[in-house]
Design a protein around this ligand. Structure first.
Ligand code: 5RP
Length: 219
């Protein structure tokens, strides 16, 4: 089974978790694009959707699904998003698409966070194979890069890219083998860092993982 087919399968499997007549939060990325497509057939079951990215918002609007702002919503029963990597503790590495700041806000706002992914993204240790994306305020880009280098990491500026918030992203290489909880805390404390793609202190509640033999849950 191809990775595309796995994305379709896991997106369809996620439909059975939808709240009835509630508001759904959706993240971004190609797996979430499959979910959004699938939502078209069940839109009557939803009161509306809050989207974590402008791309997701556009796709939802094109299907005639009502898009709400987070500030209009008192309660978000469920948030569904993809990830670049997940470990057995349901800790995630996100931000390949640069939308992790809004994604983390929606994950925090939701009662439950369901992460949908294919089995190629399951890892024992996060950030061994991929860099950690960090969104920074434009004026803090140089300062942040120097601090990260001082911490023994290798920041790489994602050129020609701004997040939906209008901010640059530094991809941090060399995070492997570190305490990710400690790194998360350090990043959270550094002035100028808007957010980052480590979801260690805020893991998913449930993973839906698509493999060649079907979709399984990691609770
Ligand atoms: C975007 C994300 C995405 O969830 C992550 O990159 C996974 O994307 P895809 O489903 O395309 O593999 O964190 O910021």
């Amino acid at each position: 089974m191809t990775q595309e087919e796995k994305k379709q399968r896991v997106a369809e499997a996620a439909l059975s978790h939808l709240p009835f007549d509630g508001v759904l939060g959706v993240g971004s990325g190609s797996t979430v694009d499959c979910l959004i497509q699938a939502l078209g057939s069940v839109r009557g079951r939803l009161r509306g959707v809050v989207a974590a990215s402008l791309n997701s918002e556009r796709r939802l609007c094109a299907l005639g699904i009502e898009v709400l702002e987070l500030n209009q919503v008192d309660r978000l029963p469920l948030y569904i998003d993809g990830a670049d990597e997940a470990n057995p503790h349901k800790h995630l590495l996100k931000g390949g698409g640069g939308a992790m700041v809004r994604e983390k806000i929606l994950a925090e706002a939701a009662d439950r966070f369901l992460c949908i992914l294919d089995d190629g993204k399951l890892v024992e240790a996060l950030a061994l194979r991929r860099p950690l994306p960090v969104e920074v305020l434009p004026l803090a880009r140089g300062l942040a890069a120097r601090r990260f280098t001082g911490w023994g990491l290798r920041p790489e500026w994602r050129r020609d890219f701004l997040s939906d918030n209008g901010h640059p992203i530094l991809d941090l290489h060399g995070c492997a083998g570190r305490s990710l909880l400690e790194l998360e805390e350090r990043l959270n404390r550094l002035p100028g860092v808007v957010g980052h793609g480590l979801f260690v202190s805020c893991p998913a509640d449930l993973l839906l993982v698509a493999g060649s033999r079907g979709v399984r849950e990691v609770a």
